[in-house]
Design a protein around this ligand. Structure first.
Ligand SMILES: O=c1ccn([C@H]2C[C@H](O)[C@@H](COP(=O)(O)OP(=O)(O)OP(=O)(O)O)O2)c(=O)[nH]1
Length: 179
């Protein structure tokens, strides 16, 4: 029997099952739309603005989405930028990703930053301003120790493996985090 062609088109439905079988409960304010996925297998739920807002050039605005959530236990909501808004208009989530805790029941707001220093950016109610990605998180028990295990990387970081090019790091340019 011939093998199935290995193309992206043959990937089966990858829509993840709801975490723990619990639904994501969403309470829209009167008139606010429910967030939705533009495509069934998108990770992000589009969040819309509940208000008309002008974000000044180089400035920021805290924008209400008009929804409140009850995330499934053991999950966290990540408020992430939309790539189109970033690439075309320089609009990003200032604290991206924003962290929505599972126990939070207040209004979901998005802190938007207009990185364009020349043009203000106008938003209308209903515009899609960010996306919410729901992921499981770990809450390990905290253990205070005197020593950490030895690793290959050790304390090297912050560019220690080289710059933006493909060549090896130049001797003497490694940066290490000091303990
Ligand atoms: O982009 C975001 C980030 C957070 N929140 C809400 C949900 C989150 O559970 C709560 C608190 O967020 P965070 O812990 O980041 O805020 P904080 O500045 O550390 O304040 P707090 O002392 O209330 O935790 O605010 C949003 O609506 N949008």
């Amino acid at each position: 029997m011939p093998a199935e062609p290995d193309t992206l088109d043959t990937v089966p439905d990858i829509t993840p099952a709801p975490a723990g079988g619990s639904p994501l409960r969403i309470r829209p304010a009167p008139g606010a739309p429910m967030p939705h996925r533009a495509h069934a297998d998108d990770a992000g739920l589009d969040l819309t603005s509940a208000e008309d807002v002008e974000i000044p050039a180089g400035g920021r605005a805290l924008v209400d989405t008009g929804i409140s959530l009850a995330l499934p236990p053991g999950t966290v909501g990540l408020v992430c930028p939309r790539s189109g808004l970033a690439a075309k208009h320089g609009i990003t989530v200032l604290n991206g990703p924003g962290i929505v805790d599972a126990g939070y029941r207040g209004p979901i707001k998005v802190s938007l930053h207009n990185t364009d220093l020349a043009e203000p950016f106008g938003l209308r109610a209903g515009d899609r301003i960010a996306q919410l990605v729901v992921v499981p998180f770990l809450a390990p028990v905290l253990q205070e120790v005197d020593d950490l295990d030895v690793t290959d990387r050790a304390a090297s970081g912050f560019g220690s493996s080289g710059g933006f090019g493909t060549g090896p790091a130049t001797a003497g340019t490694d940066e290490t985090t000091e303990g």
